[in-house]
Ligand binder design. Structure first.
Ligand code: PEP
Ligand code: MN
Length: 272
């Protein structure tokens, strides 16, 4: 006789019931991401640097077919000596740039401290790879009731990632879009290893919308077009791509940002 046979039904329920019953589409201020919606392009710089820079980036993002503008006013940097972001004033610059160019705005909250300002101005809150495991922060972000872009922790299993989404939904998030951004492996030629297995698995077996960030996966601009095509071919519901009006002058992640020319060509091909 199997050991499971006498187990009461409630003992074998899913560890993430809300993830298992969530809607398949998340609405971000009128822009749908998920099953049946056109692939969503999210583009913008790694960091908000100045009012002029984010405005130029927003114009470029829109020209390439993006519907959402990305960019961090608060940056989770590996080194405390690296540029940490411009902070609160960057949120206002970004909101104005997004509005001027008809884009929705997605930006990261690193701590509870900036969360109220982020929630007030952004259409969607980004949880970064480094804070995917910060459960206290996930609860606070969920409580804002906003849609959330949940990046995968770079060493997180798919199950840990889904449980992080469960924290957000349980706390009240309006929806969660998962973002595969590459995981850490033994390989050193690329910044991370893009886990398209995870994307395929999630699309086959789960409901939450899934997008791919090929920029942080590859860490190099010349790989972004191929990875973008592969992601959409696998069924991803969208892409998040780092772009910069002048990558050589970028204050963070300039070595992976697409130039305007490269981005416009890719956008035209993918969503034009
Ligand atoms: C980012 O989106 O700029 C970022 C810091 O990404 P990640 O959290 O995936 O490293
Ligand atoms: Mn970045």
């Amino acid at each position: 006789m199997s050991l499971l046979e006498n187990l009461p039904a409630e003992r074998v329920t899913s560890p993430h019931p809300l993830v298992d019953t969530a809607g398949r589409v998340v609405d971000i201020s009128g822009i749908p991401i998920g099953e049946g919606a056109p692939p969503a392009l999210i583009a913008g710089p790694c960091a908000v640097e100045s009012a002029a820079q984010i405005d130029q980036a927003a114009r470029l993002a829109a020209a390439g077919g993006a519907r959402l503008l990305r960019g961090g006013a608060y940056k989770p940097r590996t080194s405390p000596y690296s540029f940490q972001g411009v902070g609160a004033r960057g949120l206002g610059w970004m909101r104005r740039a997004a509005d001027r160019h008809g884009l929705a705005m997605v930006t990261e909250a690193l701590t509870d401290k900036e969360l109220p300002a982020v929630a007030e101005l952004a259409d969607m809150i980004q949880v970064g790879s480094r804070t995917m495991h910060a459960y206290g922060l996930l609860k606070e972000i969920g409580k804002t009731g906003k849609p959330v872009l949940l990046k995968r922790g770079f060493s997180a299993t798919i199950e840990e990632w889904l449980l992080a989404a469960e924290y957000l939904l349980q706390a009240g998030a309006a929806g969660v879009v998962l973002c595969e951004r590459g995981i850490r492996t033994f390989e050193t030629q690329t910044r991370n290893t893009l886990d398209l297995c995870a994307v395929a698995h999630l699309l086959e077996h789960h409901r939450l919308p899934v997008i791919v960030d090929p920029s942080h996966a590859a860490g190099r601009p010349e790989l972004v077009a191929r990875l973008s095509r592969a992601s959409l071919a696998a069924g991803a519901h969208g892409l998040m791509i780092e772009i910069h009006p002048d990558p050589e002058r970028a204050l963070s992640d300039g070595d992976q940002a697409l130039t305007p020319e490269r981005y416009l060509a890719l956008g035209q091909e993918l969503v034009g």
